[in-house]
Design a protein. Structure first.
Length: 342
């Protein structure tokens, strides 16, 4: 079972829409697919009518706490080949409770082991804040989808990457950095691309363009493939599925390949942009940014040579946002934003 996680430490970037669409697209292509909602906001749970997002009964909370095996919590959906595990707001409180366990980040991985052979793919919708629940989503993942819909989303990426490198150091991580919902805001799109290039964050080949149908898909069962199969939202999700499968080394079935449309040409960024901060990405690590020279840019594959970017301003990365009411909870100490050496 290959595990795909849609993740970013910022809300409103299209993370849940991408997770639902990727899972629906894989199921539509004939793959037995399990979708797990790990976001305490439980958006996908409510889209699928699989729970109210309030009660812990019948949700992932019961599996992680050991009250019930995960197999008992898997629900069928209206979509062929797609099964689902619901979330609830209690997942956030559970995240605070499990930090006294040395192995807390591996709890989901152990829960998944008995059912792994039953599915070709697992798609996870991660929470949108640095937390022990996000750590559990990260630990078993094979490939990450990180959507960027603003420069803030790019800046918050450093916090996610720090957590990933703490949990899984010395690995070649597969990450697709996907532009999302920016094609009707060309100025912002240019700035997002330039921030990514400035800090060596390679853009994915695929992009999720702004699409009115995709923005309403939560009101129509969650699957853009079922609701508006000929929309550009469907074409873009198909393109993302192709890139995902190729990244995982899997064959792309005709059901996905034939629905692919050419991606939007890249817009070459120009002008001054906000800096990511004092951390820069280098290889699979984060290093301290030099104060006297700009970082080396890693351009997108389809971008022509550009002028040297401006020197980044010395800003620190966005601090992880603790859950409301944590106070002096030990979770905050575990997920600090202190510099570290890879």
């Amino acid at each position: 079972m290959k595990i795909i996680t849609s993740i970013n430490a910022k809300g409103g970037c299209g993370k849940s829409t991408i997770a639902m669409s990727v899972a629906a697209g894989l199921a539509r292509a004939g793959f037995a697919t399990l979708l797990i909602d790990m976001d305490p906001q439980a958006q996908i749970t409510q889209w699928l009518g699989a729970g109210d997002g309030l009660s812990d009964s019948g949700t992932l909370v019961e599996a992680i706490t050991g009250l019930r095996p995960l197999a008992d919590l898997i629900q069928p959906t209206r979509f062929t080949n797609l099964w689902f595990v619901a979330s609830s707001e209690g997942l956030e409180e559970l995240g605070r409770q499990i930090t006294d366990r040395e192995d807390y980040a591996m709890m989901l991985t152990r829960v998944l082991a008995p059912i792994a052979s039953q599915y070709a793919f697992l798609v996870i919708d991660s929470p949108n804040q640095i937390s022990p629940v996000m750590a559990n989503a990260i630990y078993p993942t094979d490939v990450f989808i990180v959507p960027f819909e603003s420069t803030k989303a790019v800046r918050s990426y450093a916090n996610f990457l720090q957590l990933l490198l703490r949990l899984r150091p010395d690995e070649e991580h597969k990450i697709l950095h996907v532009l999302s919902n920016l094609t009707r805001q060309p100025g912002l799109r240019k700035r997002v691309i330039q921030v990514m290039e400035l800090h060596g964050i390679p853009g994915a080949r695929s992009e999720i363009r702004t699409c009115g149908w995709l923005a309403q898909v939560d009101e129509h069962g969650g699957s853009i493939f079922a609701w508006r199969p000929h929309s550009k939202g469907t074409a873009d999700m198909n393109a993302l599925l192709i890139e995902l499968l190729e990244t995982l080394g899997e064959a792309v079935p005709p059901a996905i390949r034939e629905g692919h449309a050419p991606p939007t040409p890249a817009v070459i960024a120009s002008g001054e942009v906000p800096a990511l901060g004092t951390y820069l990405l280098k290889g699979n690590g984060i290093v301290q940014a030099p104060t006297d020279s700009p970082p080396t840019s890693i351009p997108r594959a389809d971008s022509p040579p550009a002028d040297p970017p401006p020197t980044p301003r010395a800003l620190t990365p966005m601090a992880p946002q603790p859950a409301e009411g944590t106070g002096d909870d030990p979770v905050e100490a575990l997920f600090t934003n202190e510099p570290f050496t890879i």
